[in-house]
Design a protein around this ligand. Structure first.
Ligand code: URA
Length: 236
């Protein structure tokens, strides 16, 4: 990571303020004064000081992974590759995925060591919105759409909460929708589609809690969230 970005991420000042600190020789990396803003540091292992004070490592970090199909959402598994195998090894064992995507589901998956935020995003009381792109076998009708929007019986004690449905495409015996739900029940999307006599053939999570997967990450890739993006998640 660039030294100026590291300092700005640690809230040491704006990007131009921290560049000024660097130019003025106020920053050392592993004991050496660094005067180049684009100097690359390893934020996990390098010792950075500002005006003689050692900077704390970021306590919490947040990664967005584009989960591919075929890997399981767990921290460890004896048989299958897990989502944690796709992140750098140096991330200590206290990182974990926020919520769960099925082995055959792709898309937006947050990985963090911030238990409190994770708890908040998954709390049934918070109704955090999650949008899925869903390809299905079956026939979509106005009645079925309305059923999904109002809540369907998926065999649990209570019907699902109202959902948003955007129809992307309908063909003879297949359809594609974007479905936004505010709960996280086990296999919820697949069971909702089953409840209207359909079958999910492809499932991808597009967004969660106001953040979208976007187009920049290919399957299996990850990136660290910006502090602005973390703030968006924390507003949930
Ligand atoms: N709903 C499902 O059925 N599967 C997922 O992976 C996520 C939501």
């Amino acid at each position: 990571m660039r030294l100026d970005k590291y300092l700005a991420d640690l809230q040491m000042g704006t990007r131009s303020q921290v560049k000024d600190f660097i130019k003025k020789g106020m920053i050392t990396v592993n004991g050496e004064t660094i005067t180049k803003a684009d100097f690359k540091i390893n934020e996990n292992s390098d010792c950075v000081t500002c005006k003689g004070k050692t900077l704390a490592y970021q306590k919490y970090r947040y990664f967005l992974l584009h989960k591919p199909e075929g890997v399981i959402t767990a921290t460890k598994d004896n048989h299958d590759k897990t989502v944690m195998d796709l992140l750098p090894k140096e991330l200590s064992s206290d990182f974990f995925p926020v919520g769960r995507l099925d082995k055959d589901t792709e898309g937006f998956l947050l990985i963090t060591n911030d238990g409190e935020l994770s708890h908040r995003l998954l709390s049934p009381k918070k109704h955090v919105a999650k949008t899925y792109y869903v390809e299905c076998n079956g026939i979509m009708t106005p009645e079925k759409r309305q059923a999904l929007e109002q809540g369907v019986d998926i065999g649990d004690e209570k019907k699902t909460l109202p959902a948003k449905v955007e129809i992307i495409k309908t063909e003879e015996n297949t359809y594609v929708i974007e479905l936004t739900i505010t709960e996280g029940r086990f296999h919820q999307v697949k069971r909702m589609i089953q409840a209207i006599s359909g079958e999910v053939t492809y499932l991808k999570r597009l967004s969660m809690g106001g953040l979208s997967l976007g187009k920049s990450l290919t399957k299996g890739d990850y990136r660290e969230l910006t502090s602005e993006e973390v703030d968006i998640l924390k507003r949930n």
